[in-house]
Design a protein around this ligand. Structure first.
Ligand code: 5GP
Ligand code: MG
Length: 175
């Protein structure tokens, strides 16, 4: 059985996304960008964010990488879904749901850098800096959160709860 505690309301998320989108739009003034959302968790954040951007979005697509368990890291990094266009010379805005250890995005940035984009920036909805094992720092972050497991706003527990409008801490109890 799962129990939930509210962490961040839909209203708070909504106004923070607008604020971050404004900063991004100012930073990229006069430039165009390619938005790449990281599936599956970032699907809601990506769609909310792009609709608030006041900047030329050349293309929007999603990418999906294998998730790794425990400390088994970089060796078995696989694209489950890659993008199909050339990103050389482009400004890439990578949109992620949450940064935890930072391994996923660190590796993803390394892989995308090899394709010679003009720039890569990271925008995340949530950040858990206390869990970091890499030097990864997002360029844009909506909420810094404590070391709790959250669901909602695209984030799941075992495939569930992605559709929650609010972000909640999930506590799994034995029957
Ligand atoms: P990392 O930064 O450790 O490489 O991995 C980040 C990924 O771990 C996220 O994209 C997400 O899939 C998962 N993750 C980390 N913390 C949480 C959390 O609190 N809730 C959920 N649902 N997923 C999380
Ligand atoms: Mg993710």
């Amino acid at each position: 059985m799962a129990a939930f505690d509210l962490m961040i309301s839909a209203e708070e998320i909504n106004s923070k996304v607008k604020e971050v989108a404004k900063r991004i739009s100012e930073d990229y003034k006069g430039e165009s960008i390619v938005v790449i959302g990281v599936l599956t968790g970032a699907f809601i954040f990506t769609s909310d964010l792009v609709r608030e951007l006041d900047v030329d979005v050349e293309t929007l697509d999603f990418i999906q990488v294998s998730s790794y368990s425990g400390d088994k890291s970089t060796g078995n990094f696989v694209f489950k879904k890659d993008i199909s266009f050339d990103i050389s010379g482009k400004n890439i805005l990578l949109v992620e749901d949450i940064i935890d250890t930072g391994r996923t995005l660190k590796k993803l940035c390394e892989m995308l850098s090899m394709r010679n984009p003009k720039s890569i920036k990271i925008c995340t909805a949530f950040d858990k800096p206390s869990r970091r094992v890499t030097d990864l720092v997002p360029d844009y972050n909506c909420f810094t959160i404590p070391d709790e497991f959250i669901v909602g706003y695209g984030l799941d527990y075992d495939g569930k709860y992605r559709q929650f409008k609010d972000v909640k801490i999930v506590r799994i109890k034995d029957e």
